[in-house]
Design a protein around this ligand. Structure first.
Ligand SMILES: C[S@@+](CC[C@H](N)C(=O)[O-])C[C@H]1O[C@@H](n2cnc3c(N)ncnc32)[C@H](O)[C@@H]1O
Length: 283
């Protein structure tokens, strides 16, 4: 546990200034009830920069000739990155038992599969998708398979690229798949490193969903547990962007607590093996 020096409480006024900046830069919408959370997360930057107050930090950012790097660091500490392998595992059943066979048939001439994990955090989601692809290799022999994994937080992308996991993050990986796709160093029995055959299917990169262009010609988009951090205006922009990026045969997976209701009419809701999946309409 790191001990932070005494820093005064974040005032409501300071909260409002930071919340506005964060919203404008990332779409992340923080309600007033998040004051303590924001205060705790910002402390890390204050500590790293040896600053004594939140106002000083705000002014420091404003005075920087190039704010980009510090804004990135600010969003990095503010973003919530909770994730684990095989999160909502039924969605991966739907992926393997329905979406993959369907796309393997529909794209058998083209032999190209492009999947985007948008808001991939520390890599557990795109690597789970990659494991599912490898488990379905009978369908995709000699195909070009790309999994593009993006996030706004540089530190989680760095973690993802290392590909070393432990504890809760890997708890839901079935034992046979853990054995097959991870290596376990006997000197560090708690650590599991993702194997190269999984790693090489995934490309990680920085992408701010509201500032950078989206990958296109996609077969599948996973954007789970990301939309919940945005307000309706940003959710609408996000889903319109996904619609444009998906091929007409594509699939969109969102989180279990998320919905497209009152956000977009461009998708049909289908229940596949007990999992909500969205498919683009009228492309
Ligand atoms: C809770 S994690 C979800 C991880 C994974 N998709 C899952 O469901 O397990 C949300 C991720 O969205 C990212 N995020 C938030 N706002 C973003 C934005 N504007 N652009 C890109 N990524 C963003 C965060 O950095 C965080 O890693």
């Amino acid at each position: 546990m790191i001990d932070f020096p005494e820093i005064k409480r974040l005032t409501e006024e300071e909260f409002a200034r930071f919340a506005k900046l964060i919203y404008e830069e990332s779409g992340i919408y923080l309600k007033e009830t998040k004051l303590t959370l924001l205060s705790n997360r910002l402390r890390k930057r204050l500590y790293a920069l040896h600053l004594d107050s939140f106002s000083e930090y705000y002014d420091y950012i404003q005075k920087l000739p190039d704010k980009k790097k510090e804004i990135e660091a600010l969003i990095d500490v503010v973003s919530t990155n909770e994730t684990y392998f095989f999160r909502n595992e039924r969605q991966f059943d739907a992926l393997m038992k329905h979406c993959f066979p369907d796309l393997a048939e529909k794209k058998k001439n083209e032999r190209r599969l492009r999947i985007w994990s948008a808001g991939c955090s520390s890599g557990e989601e795109p690597y789970t998708i990659a494991i599912c692809v490898l488990e379905s290799m009978n369908l995709f022999k000699e195909w070009s398979v790309e999994i593009i994994a993006t996030d706004i937080a540089p530190s989680v992308l760095e973690f993802a690229q290392k590909g070393i996991y432990s504890g809760r993050r890997i708890e839901k990986v079935p034992p046979d798949l853990l054995k097959k796709y991870f290596t376990n160093d006997p000197n560090h029995p708690e650590l599991y490193a993702i194997k190269d055959e999984v790693k090489k299917l995934v490309t990680f990169k920085y992408l701010n969903l509201f500032k950078n262009p989206y990958p296109n010609q996609l077969d599948i988009i996973f954007c789970r547990n990301v939309m919940i951090y945005f307000d309706k205006e940003h959710q609408k922009k996000l889903i319109a962007g996904f619609y444009a990026s998906l091929l007409k045969t594509g699939y969109l997976f969102i989180g279990h607590s998320e919905t497209l209701h009152a956000i977009s009419d461009d998708f049909s809701y289908v229940k596949i093996l007990d999992s909500p999946v969205y498919v683009p309409k009228g492309k």
